[in-house]
Write a protein that binds this ligand. Structure first.
Ligand SMILES: *Cc1c(COP(=O)(O)O)cnc(C)c1O
Length: 394
């Protein structure tokens, strides 16, 4: 018989996995032979561009790449990141001290809490939000204070709503624009407000810019680091995952405040040994090579976005088209929770949508649809919803 081992408090404190029930229902349907179309998964469906794959193949054959890399990342990789920031945002970064490589930005987002949060410390976390912000903080023993992102505030946190005693206690704040799951974007006014809030209360800002290159209608999302004072108060997490369809490759970076970058690098040197150099070379190719694949991908997502939003609006929603990310965040019709509506859509249409409740307690009135499904299948999903659910009311 297996021995019973008591799990550590930090594991027990992680929030319960909220999609367990819907995943069980999906499996039951699939097992029964129902053709399920999932609009739930936020993972690019298109392949990594060829020139990046070719670089990996070439570098994989070079023996020097087979050894342990440096955990901060090759200087050539960090230089490519710094050059990309200069070209794209006009941001100057010292590649040696202001950029650290990550095994995907998720890894750094989870680990930054171990660098700056002691047990019991307060961290400001958006709700809804990417679950790793709270997850990393909880693993470090800290207490998330959730900042609600509300439709009437364009899904930006209202910093003036944060009680002064909470702001004084808080050590760190996570923000993420273009935003997963709401698709919201942020501009100069918001970032300037964040920077002055950070200075007033001595709060380290961690901005997650994973979707800065997934934008539409000619909109170019900014970097947090391009605003005056940003580098003095924080860092930005980013990766090649969404920009070049490289989610499986696991390579990203954190950039900005040099002491924060150093602390994250020092923590990582005690945990991992960096990313395979061949993968770093491939990411360099992505960042420095021709960007036409990115433009092409934006076009594909934009067409899907238009089809999706127009179809939902023809069923009674009144959605605006998101300017960035590959997500559409929509309210559930009257009489439903996000979970009961997701179950209805699965049951009646064989379509998977993501209940908002998985992204925070403030988000039960919403669901998320990802644009990472080919057009024909998406159209079929929408037709099934129209036919079997029909007009909705709010
Ligand atoms: C996809 C995503 C990331 C990127 O994760 P990687 O670890 O770099 O692949 C980061 N933040 C958010 C909000 C995301 O949705």
């Amino acid at each position: 018989m297996n021995m019973q081992f008591e799990q550590a408090q930090r594991i027990k404190r992680l929030p319960p996995y909220l999609f367990a029930r819907i995943e069980k229902l999906i499996k039951e349907k699939r097992d029964a032979g129902v053709d399920i179309i999932s609009l739930g998964i936020g993972d690019p469906d298109m392949p990594t561009p060829d020139y990046i794959i070719e670089e990996l193949q070439k570098q994989a054959e070079i023996g020097a790449n087979h050894q342990y890399p440096s955990s901060a990342g090759m200087l050539a990789y960090r230089k490519a990141v710094a050059q990309w920031y200069k070209n794209r945002f006009g941001v100057e970064l010292d590649s040696a001290s202001e950029v650290v490589s990550l095994i995907g930005s998720k890894e750094g987002i989870a680990h930054i809490s171990f660098c700056y949060l002691n047990p019991g410390d307060t961290v400001l976390v958006p709700d809804p939000g990417y679950p790793v912000y709270a997850g990393g903080a909880i693993l470090a023993g800290a207490e998330p204070y959730y900042m609600p992102l509300k439709a009437e505030k364009s899904f930006l946190p209202d910093l003036s709503d944060i009680p002064v005693d909470v702001a004084r206690r808080a050590k760190m704040m996570f923000i993420n624009y273009p935003n997963n799951p709401t698709g919201a974007v942020a501009g100069e006014e918001f970032y300037r407000e964040v920077i002055s809030f950070a200075k007033e209360y001595n709060i380290l800002i961690c901005h997650d810019a994973a979707y800065s290159e997934i934008a539409y209608d000619g909109y170019e999302p900014p970097s947090f680091l391009q605003y005056p004072g940003a580098k003095e108060v924080g860092i930005e997490f980013h990766s090649v995952s969404k920009t070049y369809n490289m989610t499986g490759w696991r390579i990203g970076w954190a950039a900005g405040h040099p002491q924060v970058v150093e602390a994250l690098g020092r923590l990582k040197s005690n945990i991992d040994s960096g990313q395979f150099q061949a993968v770093q070379y491939a990411a360099i190719q992505g960042l420095t090579g021709p960007q036409d694949a990115v433009l092409q991908m934006r076009k594909v997502y934009q067409e899907r976005r238009d089809i999706l939003v127009d179809a939902l609006n023809s069923m009674g929603w009144q959605l605006e088209k998101p300017k960035a990310t590959f997500y559409v965040w929509a309210p559930v019709p009257a009489g439903y929770t996000s979970e009961s509506f997701a179950e209805l859509v699965l049951d009646k249409a064989g379509v998977v949508i993501t209940p908002g409740s998985g992204y925070g307690s403030n988000s039960d009135g919403f669901f998320r649809i990802a644009l990472t499904m080919e057009k024909e299948r998406m159209i079929e999903a929408l037709e099934r919803m129209k036919k079997n659910i029909g007009m909705v009311e709010f």
